[in-house]
Design a binder for this molecule. Structure first.
Ligand SMILES: [Zn+2]
Length: 178
């Protein structure tokens, strides 16, 4: 069991956005596309490709003292790996206060509602928050807004930010740009 708060606080999207923007600024990652592996490495974490016994697992983060290891499913496509790593970093910043780990299945990352944190278990609330963090990290709100003015195309934006078109489509909608 991860060492995390028993009651997972409701974090608004805005609060998660601010947290992610602070992280990018503090670690000097302000150019697009954001490389979550570089961020993990700057935080002293090792990131490895792994073959999990259960192929529904997309990634995990494990913290033991100063040692933090992040694993990502080696057979996932690059876009998905980037999102998974960013999601695990979300757990690091938002949820992992002591030693512990999160093991994430595809359902945690790619089949959860984008926003609604009401009436759900603390576990699922954490997953939604980690997904919000991942989107804000890979598609920083300010950068998305300014690039949208120039490109005005989800496809072109997806290429620019090195994310899937599906992820960018959702992000553009969240920011009220479409
Ligand atoms: Zn997760």
């Amino acid at each position: 069991m991860p060492t995390v708060e028993k009651d997972v606080p409701f974090l608004s999207r805005q609060e998660v956005e601010i947290r992610a923007a602070d992280v990018l600024r503090e670690h000097g990652l302000e150019s697009i596309p954001v490389d979550p592996v570089v961020l993990a490495n700057r935080l002293g974490m090792a990131v490895y490709n792994a073959k999990f016994s259960d192929d529904n697992i997309v990634g995990m983060i494990a913290k033991r003292g100063d040692q933090i290891t992040l694993l990502v499913n080696q057979s996932d496509p690059p876009f998905r790996k980037r999102f998974t790593i960013a999601h695990e970093l979300g757990h690091h910043f938002l949820h992992l206060i002591g030693d512990g780990e999160f093991v994430d299945s595809e359902a945690n990352l790619f089949r959860l509602p984008q926003d609604d944190q009401q009436d759900i278990t603390p576990q699922r609330r954490r997953e939604i928050q980690a997904n919000m963090f991942a989107a804000a990290l890979l598609m920083p709100a300010d950068a998305v807004r300014s690039e949208w003015k120039r490109l005005h195309s989800v496809d072109a934006m997806a290429r620019k930010f090195n994310v899937s078109e599906a992820a960018m489509g959702i992000r553009v909608g969240q920011l009220g740009l479409d």
